[in-house]
Design a protein around this ligand. Sequence first.
Ligand code: AMP
Ligand code: MG
Length: 456
Amino acid sequence: MENTSSTYSSSTTGNRSILPADMISVQEARNLILEKFTQLESVSIPIIEAINQVTTEDVIAQFDIPPHANTGMDGYAVIAEDTKDASYSQPKKLSVIGYLPAGQIFDGSVRSGQAVRIMTGAPIPNGANAIVPFEETDEYREEIRTNNTEKTEVLIDVEAMTGANIRPAGEDMKKGTTVFRKGTILGPAQIAVLASLGLNNISVHRRPIVAVLSTGDELLSPGESYRNGKIYDSNSFGLAAQIKSFGGIPKILNIAKDNVASLTHLIREGVENADFLITSAGVSRGDFDLVKTVLAEEGQVGFWTVKMKPGKPLAFGVFTKKSGTQVPHLGLPGNPVSAMLTFELFGRPTIFKMLGKINAWPRPLVSAISKDKIINTDGRRFYARVVIDETNVVPTISLTGKQSSGILTSMAKATAFAICPSNVKAIEPGDSCEVILIDRENNYYGEAILTQKNDY
Ligand code: AMP
Ligand code: MG
């Protein structure tokens, strides 16, 4: 039999912060949870893997980018003075002494009266100080449009300024400069910059491994054949998808049965193999709800009633691995929408904190006008599933359908959550309210209406 002795750390259970008073606000709950997380250690990984991760050291340019002065146009490398007074009717004739594609160096030197035919990106030949694009030479005239790499003479139609079409060495980054400070979030453009510096690996905070445990005798795994009285486990998948989209690595465990042995065994498996354990169901009242019992037996844990809807019951504690490392545990409600909403509000910030971007978790908020009546009867903050229409200056929102906590399809249609404050009994059509944009990765939005708050 599984040894059921204390898995929750007794050394951390003296901390009363996980045992708050009965009813707490969303913000209080989030703060108590976040206290138990720290950013994870640094690892060096391939740059492409590091998208949306945070650098743990400064990135310094080891050489100039671009490394050589090079041409920004296909054309002729010339000495600007040689083109003085050139015009279409009185072009200047230069002799072509070479052809230079990108990636090669011209070994000679351009002297007065000479030009090198050169392609975009190629280093500027010694002696040359301007690039005349093909369009400003006879190469572009109607009668001789053909590309001619054997050309021995070129007619220059326009006077070139010194430096014309030359991209100087170090124009983008100068050797020795700090390109990114430690703590930079890597988006696609930052990753391109790393590649341009020749880096294939980068040091970032490791992604957290988050174990996901669904509990309940009624649950079947997707793919299993249906049996009467059962439902498919959607929580594991909705939560794992959220974990992934927030930047974590989900690890879906087997479904726990509603008995102490099964739960204890799987909780331990999760704790040993993850940085964070999420369970769903079993934190509300119910005959077979054993999560609470098991957790309570294993050590101290906070069972909270959070002033929000959907998703009132929540459990939070900290386990300890055999190695001594702490693993926080978040026990979410079982109803699928409650599970996903609570994970959005409490899980997203923890993953961001472990990734080292604690201030980046808040979603953009906008004010919008409601088209529907949104009823909020029981004095909790209500997060309504809505679609937002942003075609007008002031966006509007409409409910996506039934709002009870088991209705996943109204969640699937939602592009935002409208917040109805706990002390507001109804948002009437035409009323304005705050809306959390949940389908937008980047916080780009019209500045006038965007607010960046961390207490929604
Ligand atoms: P409980 O907290 O165990 O009372 O569960 C509350 C509701 O959520 C019940 O209707 C459960 O069947 C449902 N539920 C619990 N876990 C899951 C899950 N993993 N997937 C889908 N529904 C679930
Ligand atoms: Mg249950």
